[in-house]
Design a protein around this ligand. Structure first.
Ligand SMILES: Cc1ncc(COP(=O)(O)O)c(C=O)c1O
Length: 362
């Protein structure tokens, strides 16, 4: 008999439920045309410069990547006006969340986070045997006063997902500063800004300038506006001291070769990024109009996804799936009357509304 003795911490971990992959839906439902509006990807695809850089590098993949991601870090340092040793690059920002958990959390510690928010914060904490203290959103937005009150002597990390996934809402600079000003010593505020490049609100914090003033770690990614989700490149920005602690837990070749060159090329293609931002803004406004036409409530978003009201999230999710449209049911986030819809191309959004209008139960 095979007997395993895993760590107790694993008992509490539920497997991550990702947006359903297109091919799986095609196979399961016998459909030929399926669109995915479920994982907040950039529907316009990567910058041509990123593709060119990957093609150029493809015949070198017998080589290990640069373990320090020197050129990418150099470019990021220039982009943000930081030093290279204020940047840690990861296999997606998911990996930075894991590094943070490994570097800071052990049994007896806790993290404080909103509910609902991005699921990987909880995963990282549970994996390390730490507790998770959840503070409900207020009006779909982080309740910073509530988060502050939840912090205790065992708190090591407080996560602020800004804009928040799955609601798309932001915390403004003034509110964030008031919170950081009273943050107890020894607590790191993790500002997850995966969707920062999509934000159009003037009130959004310029968090980079906070690095030297507060114990913050900023998370950014190439998976969203830069459209490189499949390559897995994300990064963290903080003080040299904080980054050096995360570097201790990092594997030597954590960011793949193609990811490094594509991320570097994408970062430099500012026009392409700006274009994605503008197209997303238009898609967002059109989405609101379509909701209003149908008297559907929605949460105003600063991202490339929108939370919209439905009567029953699971039935609406299934109805759309049967019509070849994959979205996320809010019930995974504890929002049984919402769907989270990633904003696609205009063709995709037309398909979405067509499928939505066809459904009887929504
Ligand atoms: C808020 C937030 N943070 C982090 C991530 C992880 O991104 P990455 O692809 O860089 O691991 C996501 C992905 O959906 C996200 O929504």
């Amino acid at each position: 008999m095979l007997n395993f003795n895993p760590r107790k911490a694993l008992d509490k971990i539920k497997p991550y439920v990702p947006g359903k992959p297109i091919n799986e839906v095609k196979r399961e439902l016998g459909l030929t045309e399926v669109i995915k509006l479920a994982s907040n990807e950039n529907p316009y695809g990567p910058s041509p410069k990123a593709k060119e850089a990957m093609v150029k590098t493809i015949s070198n993949v017998q080589l290990y990547p640069d373990g320090r991601a020197y050129e990418l870090k150099e470019a990021l340092a220039k982009f943000y006006n930081l030093k290279m040793n204020q940047i840690v690059v990861g296999n997606g920002s998911d990996e930075i969340i894991k590094l943070l958990s490994e570097a800071f959390l052990e049994t007896g510690d806790n993290i404080v986070q909103a509910e609902p928010t991005f699921s990987e914060y909880e995963f990282g904490a549970l994996l390390m045997g730490a507790e998770v203290k959840k503070v409900p959103l207020k009006d779909y937005t982080h309740d910073l006063e509530g988060l502050w009150q939840a912090i205790d002597k065992k708190t090591k990390l407080v996560y602020i997902c800004n804009p928040n996934n799955p609601t798309g809402t932001i915390i403004d600079e003034k509110t964030l500063l008031e919170f950081l000003d009273k943050l107890p010593e020894g607590v790191i505020a993790v500002l997850d800004e995966a969707y920062a490049e999509y934000v159009t609100s003037e009130a959004y914090p310029d968090s980079i300038k906070l690095i030297d003033r507060y114990p913050v770690l900023i998370l950014r990614t190439f998976s969203k506006i830069y459209a490189l989700a499949g390559l897995r490149v994300g990064y963290g920005l903080g003080t040299e001291k904080l980054i050096s602690l995360l570097e201790k837990a990092r594997e030597p070749f954590n960011v793949n070769l193609l990811g490094q060159v594509a991320a570097l090329a994408s970062l430099q293609d500012t026009k392409y990024k700006e274009n994605s931002k503008q197209k997303n803004k238009q898609a967002r406004e059109l989405f609101y109009l379509e909701c209003e036409k149908r008297k559907i409530n929605y949460v105003k978003s600063e991202t490339n996804f929108v939370l919209m009201g439905v009567e029953n999230a699971d039935s609406a999710f299934k109805g759309l799936l049967q019509r070849g449209v994959i979205v996320r049911s809010g019930s995974v986030f504890g929002l049984p009357h919402h769907l989270r819809v990633s904003l696609g191309t205009s063709n995709e959004m037309e398909k979405f509304w067509h499928a939505f209008d066809e459904m009887e139960v929504k």
